[in-house]
Design a protein around this ligand. Sequence first.
Ligand code: PMP
Length: 402
Amino acid sequence: MTACAPQAWDQRMTERLEARRAQSVYRQRHTLSSAQGREVIYQGQPYLNFASNDYLGLAADPRLMEAQRLAVKQWGVGAGSAHLVCGHQSPHEALEDALATLTGRPAALLFSTGYMANLGVIQALTQRGDEVIQDRLNHASLLDGAQLSGARLKRYQHQDIASLSQHLSAPCKGLKLVVSDGVFSMDGDCADIPALASQCQAHQALLMIDDAHGLGVLGPRGGGLCQDYGLDTVPILVGTLGKALGTAGAFVAGSHALIDYLTNFARTAIYTTAQPPAVAATTLKAIELVQQEPERRQHLRQLIQYFREGAQALALPLLNSQTPIQPLALSSSAQALDWQAQLAQAGLWVGAIRPPTVPSPRLRITLTAAHQISDIDRLINALAQCLNKQCSNRQSEIEESV
Ligand code: PMP
């Protein structure tokens, strides 16, 4: 006999899932039978991968795989407990130091995921009576962190400094924390961090930047968007390790006082098992590669430029992004799924991101340093086919209606 939920619960779940299907926003996983990389295998077929956040092509780099093999031999496969109990080992300590150096901050604290870092930091710093003021398009974990904290969540229009300034000028009986993605995860544009920093300074607010998508990719040493701006003064910087660095986990970088505070108050760091030490050791090696191989970032910049030129020539609906995240705005979720399916037919793997993840549907194309120019040609050709099909469908609709 299979266990099932009581009827009322079953009915609720069924109805909510049906509504998702009806709106073309039902979510589904696909099991890949290969490592991450330029190409992935699904149901025995190879696909060029334009969907991952492995921006530097490090997730299956043979040198990192070897580093992890050796680290597992030395450190085993698990940390055994939370950092504060007995799970904090030499690779974790060395990684925190390396992340602090990479981002130009005095100190850093590891978290098991970026989601947990964002929940933990906002929950630890703010309380009832405070305000957490966020860009409307911030990552879900930042919004959830504010909900969890008991502080009031206020959202300003995307990248709209005047709208932020209005919120900052309004009276508040507590403290104000301003939070923004660095590189916006679904749009690919970059926050104007100097403007955010000066607003915060003018209004005595604290600034937190989540640079999950800028770390490793931007900045002369791969230190992220703040480094790109030449700013190392943003007081709270979150970075994740599962994107350009190719592994898993996250960190917060800032002053020693901040890190000491979070060690004591960030519940998502305190009450959870530490990242496996072998993953920390592998990430240390990844940081070495990021710094020793600036040509990866250089190549990625060329690919971005090349893709944008090709897409502009076709008048594809590009967003204003100069980062590896190159979304195409589509008119409906159904169209996003349709284009995704056509690209899959052509052997290309691209994410169709739809509400409620984003306000408007899009194909989220991501480029990585593992791609070659000829891969971008294939992508552009396949997108041109999608456009052609759309035009001929429209034409026949017009003919039918006259
Ligand atoms: N912040 C941003 C901006 C993200 O895009 C993501 C993940 N997509 C996260 C945080 C969460 O990071 P992680 O995957 O390590 O939980």
